[in-house]
Design a protein around this ligand. Sequence first.
Ligand SMILES: Nc1ncnc2c1ncn2[C@@H]1O[C@H](COP(=O)(O)OP(=O)(O)OP(=O)(O)O)[C@@H](O)[C@H]1O
Length: 254
Amino acid sequence: MIKVENVKKRFGEEEILKGITTTFEKGKTNLIIGQSGSGKSVLLKCLIGLFKPEEGRIYYEENAIQDMDDDQQRDLREEIGMLFQGGALFDSMTIEENVMFPLRMFTKQKKSEMLGRVNEVLSRVDLNNVNKKYPAEISGGMQKRVSIARAIVNKPKYLFCDEPNSGLDPKTATLIDNLIQEITHENDITTVVVTHDMNSVMEIGEKVVLLKNGTLAWQGDKNEIFKTDNEDVTNFVYSSDLFKKIREVQLKEG
Ligand SMILES: Nc1ncnc2c1ncn2[C@@H]1O[C@H](COP(=O)(O)OP(=O)(O)OP(=O)(O)O)[C@@H](O)[C@H]1O
């Protein structure tokens, strides 16, 4: 579990996060949603220690990042898997080399051991026989699977995904969402996903945190999001025409 307590982050005069308090739960897919510029990425960067909040505390289990020394922060980094926006695979490396990269960075395993683990995670994301290909030689959906494999190769306790569906067709996006959720459940990981995608909210929103102008406007789960009268939620959810229509049908049917 990750606990966020009154986190404030400013850039110059502008306060971007205005005191966020929430929890991201273990074994669940926790989603951060909100309009463009609401502070989702800044919060994610605070969580992984890329930005230092001016105020507030972020706890991994019982331990606040703010109290960790360099060694403890390095240990924490090894427990974190990151799925970057766009995948961020290294173009000049094969799929196998890409997935092996975190193992080479963080462990002293033998090559054969690393290869065993690489094949295990590639197989988990249903990718076989692509080891020697380069990212440009496989589809966007497959690249995303490779990125997931790379993010989990070190058996992280915490997984962060920045817009995992960007650039994917709806069917592939749903497959990727489901894969992230399955892996979260199987390994009891605390997963945090930043997304704009209402389909993701409906599919995997086990805990949903809505940001608005750097404040926490609402939190709940995917079922509650369609029942609440919170105006910020309805503005966000029903800014999509499709969901507006679903809402009208729901209201008609009582
Ligand atoms: N390094 C930075 N320096 C200064 N301002 C920043 C920095 N990073 C983000 N901001 C500002 O913080 C605000 C929130 O940005 P953030 O990237 O968190 O939004 P977001 O909700 O993730 O939006 P999007 O959905 O478009 O990615 C924006 O006004 C942005 O300009």
